[in-house]
Design a protein around this ligand. Structure first.
Ligand code: S3P
Length: 451
């Protein structure tokens, strides 16, 4: 579709606007594509590489803005990290407990994972003082969920609203091991506390109300930490005073990025798309379960294990219209980042789709409940906001409109997928946000859309 220039980005007032003009007929998504490296695994490989002794080599790192923020922070803390690329990134670790006191503020940009995981590491490094901040969005996101449990372990952290909001100041010190019962299923909270536990004598345990993504547990084990998990009770523990040794990490494709193509392939008639090399860790595959419930034709091919994470090629073929369903309960942490694009799928499904138990969406990079409801309704969808989710009545025809990402990467990309099935032309303002997790999104979109 690129030759006919139906999909293009242009600069408007220092921002980028994405235009998608869908042809009236004869258009579908075809081909074999790859998505960039998993964002969660990319962050963790840089962080653990920085904390380990010796060298860590990372293949397939995500080159998005968020991992770049992590790399910049850990360089400032003393780790040597080679130029970021997808081929091979080398991290010369500084060793657990050896981080330097940086001369300036550490800036996590837009990345909640960078800031929250790093807080556990910094708070448990005695005798150093750190200050951390982020962009407008991150400075408005709740930090008490990690600050409070760290303070219970003895951490000294200060910030606006009693440490609830960045910028934060941290006086590192030796902490006390804890068993923290988290009120939310959040891998960022769990990982922050486990990382603080690495340097803390005794056993540090986190129990969550439902199982969140387990990449930290897997990677900590691979780097040599004594990590114990009990999926029955949704608990994970780390034995303190650990030694981490540099490893070879292979980052699989991000299922959160693959989700855009899975939904696009399922809703645009005639599509047949294969997304190669996607991580299918069971704590992340809620999107596959929901698409199966909705009747989408998604198959897993070439299932294999790569460097401790399960991987597959995912093939999606458009078929009968999708069916509405209920997305709630323990499923939510397994697909939290995919709800915006699943909301798009639901607008094209028959019947009603209800999302509940997802109040976390209100404190992501934007309030994803309000933003998805307003932007999809602007295009003619029937979406009602619920306090903890969305109610979507499917089957209304969407028309192209001017919509806005609200500088939230997943919102911008989800609206682009909605545009593929809307009549006329859609313009997405602040579409540059995609670079947070998927810098090649528009290129791939141009490549797979065929007339
Ligand atoms: C992430 C955990 C999730 C997810 C985020 C990445 C991680 O956040 O939304 O994009 O890498 O640990 P929560 O743990 O806050 O739900």
């Amino acid at each position: 579709m690129s030759e006919t220039n139906r999909i293009f980005m242009e600069a408007v007032d220092c921002q980028q606007r994405l235009t998608i003009a869908r042809p009236a007929t004869g258009f579908s998504l075809q081909g074999r594509i790859r998505v960039p490296g998993d964002k969660s695994i990319s962050h963790r490989s840089l962080m653990l590489g920085a904390l380990a002794s010796g060298e860590t080599v990372i293949q397939g790192l995500l080159l998005g803005e968020d991992p770049r923020s992590t790399a910049a922070c850990f360089r400032a803390l003393g780790a040597e990290i080679s130029e970021l690329n997808t081929e091979l990134v080398r991290v010369r670790g500084i060793g657990l407990g050896q981080l330097l006191e940086p001369a300036d503020v550490l800036n996590a940009g837009n990345s909640g994972t960078t800031l929250r995981l790093m807080l556990g590491i910094l708070a448990s490094h005695p005798d150093r003082f750190f200050t951390v901040t982020g962009d407008d969005s991150l400075r408005s996101r709740p930090m008490s969920r990690v600050v409070k449990p760290l303070q219970q372990m003895g951490a000294e952290i200060w910030g606006r609203q009693h440490g609830a909001l960045a910028p934060l100041a941290i006086q590192g010190r030796s902490l006390k091991a804890t068993h923290y019962h988290s009120p939310i299923a959040s891998a960022q909270v769990k990982s922050c506390i486990l990382l603080a536990g690495l340097m803390t004598e005794g056993i540090t345990t986190v129990t969550e109300p439902a199982l969140s993504r387990d990449h930290s547990e897997r990677m900590l084990k691979a780097f040599g930490a004594d990590v114990r998990v009990d999926p029955e009770t949704c608990s994970a523990s780390v034995v303190g005073s650990a030694q981490l040794v540099g490893q070879a990490v292979v980052v699989p494709g991000d299922i959160s990025s693959a989700a855009f193509w899975l939904v696009a392939g399922a809703i645009v008639p005639g599509s047949d798309l294969t997304i190669e090399n996607v991580g299918i860790n069971p704590t992340r595959t809620g999107v596959l379960d929901v698409l199966a419930m909705m009747g989408a034709d998604v198959t897993q091919e070439n299932v294999r294990e790569v460097a401790g994470e399960p991987v597959a090629d995912l093939r999606v073929r458009a078929g009968a219209p999708l069916r509405g369903c209920t997305i709630a309960g323990d499923l939510i942490p397994r697909l939290i980042d995919e709800i915006p694009v699943l909301a798009v799928a639901a607008t094209f499904a028959t019947g009603t789709t209800t999302v509940r138990d997802a109040e976390e969406l209100r404190v992501k990079e934007s309030d994803r409940i309000t933003v998805m409801a307003t932007q999809l309704n602007q295009m003619g969808a029937k979406v009602t906001e619920l306090p903890d989710g969305l109610e979507i009545t499917g089957g209304t025809a969407l028309t192209g409109q001017a919509v806005d990402s609200f500088t939230d990467h997943r919102i911008g990309m989800s609206l682009a997928i909605a545009a593929l099935n809307a009549t006329g032309t859609t313009t997405i303002h602040r579409a540059e946000a995609a670079a947070i997790s998927y810098p090649e999104f528009v290129d791939t979109l141009q490549r797979v859309c065929q007339e």
